[in-house]
Unconditional design. Sequence first.
Length: 68
Amino acid sequence: MITATSEPHHLAYFTQELAILFNQFYKDCRVVTEDIPLTKARLKLVQATQIVLAKTLNLMGMQAPETM
C-alpha cells in the first residue's frame, strides 16, 4: 500500500500520467463517431477515466471540476 511505505507521491504521479494519457487519446481520437459501437466504447473509456481521476483527486483532498 502506498501510505504504508510513506510514498504518497505515487498517487499524484499516477493521476498526472493518467491525465496526460487521456489528453493524448482525446486529441488523437474522435469520441463520437458514426460507428455506434466504437462511440459507446470510447464514451465508456471517457467515463471510466473521469471516475478514476475524480477518486484520485478526492484521495488527495481535491475536487474534480464538473466541466472543463
